[in-house]
Design a protein around this ligand. Sequence first.
Ligand SMILES: [Zn+2]
Length: 444
Amino acid sequence: MAVVGHRHARHIMAFQGGAPPAPSQHAILTAAVAVPYFQVVPPQDVQPDRPIGYGAFGVVWSVTDPRDGKRVALKKMPSVFQNLVSSKRVFRELRMLCHFKHDNVLSALDILQPPHIDFFHEVYVLTELMQSDLHKIIVSPQPLTSDHVKVFLYQILRGLKYLHSARVLHRDIKPGNLLVNSNCVLKICDFGLARIEEPDENIHMTQEVVTQYYRAPELLMGAKHYSYSVDVWSVGCIFAELLGRRILFQAQSPIQQLDLITDLLGTPSDSAMRTSCEGARAHIKRMAHKQPSLAALYTLSNQATHEAVHLLCRMLVFDPLEYLMFISGKKRIKATDALAHPYLDEGRLRYHACMCKCCYSTNSGRRYTSDFEPTCSQPFSYGFEDSLTSCHRVKEKLHKFILEQQKNNEVPLCLNPNSISFKTFASSQVAQPAELPPSPHAWE
Ligand SMILES: [Zn+2]
């Protein structure tokens, strides 16, 4: 547990019962109480803090944790309580980050403790630092072997199976939200759009989700209700992008997005469009009938083997719905079933041979875990949102939640207002609306 202290040093001092030590000149993070000298990193070893990314809901910096000298990611979520929707979204994301415990899903290492509630406007969360993401890797000139593709896809599905078992739909799976470290370990991040699965089909869900290129056809066609399979569609698009090193369906608008999908999959049947809105159905019917051209997937790269294309075709299925389950091959595959596909056997082997934390090596060989793809022991509950009826209420609950996360055995951290980078960090902004994905097409 750590302390936010840049504006309100008096609150920290009151909380800690003493003045914080003089902060170092460089680092944004500093210990709020004196730490044992052996935990202090020599200044010459400290890399400069620097921004590494930003999105709609926050700014991320690479910083040093002064308690152990490790580089970590510090995410700033500014102006949290401006409106009810965004404040609830931040609260939900923070709870998810604290709930998830899985090697292929990003989780919170620490949350800076908030100041007095009257001064509580921002949230700062520490997570593991990952050097890159799949988008940067795909557009880079570095070669991607078939082993890379398999081990990345294995980890994406392994993380997704865990999220879905927690009853969480991510709703924005895209290469930029798949963080990768130098050992090729991959973690799903950014739960700003995630929500719990909604079993009641009569409850309308927002379509303002998923970056357009990775948006499932049911979302493009205005379905009011959707489920886990929207994430699997996105993974299918990313799988093809890993093979071909280019975006599979790179359209300029949601309508063209749908057209590109039907170019590949053919005109959907009436039953595959039953959740679509009238306008979207009429659009499909106005177009000339298209035959599927799935054989084109073999031309993505020479790594597009029969097994790869077979699995890809099980993910890129127009119809997401479960009721066709008795007609094999007609519905989109689930993350759990995709993991059982033979294409991923080598990825699983490689991951657990040297990359995972669940297996370990002994003198007599590798000891493997009994569960290669664990599920979440406790579903994520969003019952806490029922009482969040105003910004002030969210503020109170979020303040309390952060205080409850305090770990007794950890020295709290605070922001260092005297550090060289602090000014830039404090003024870093979130993405502008123009940089965000386009809204879905208004069919009616
Ligand atoms: Zn393992």
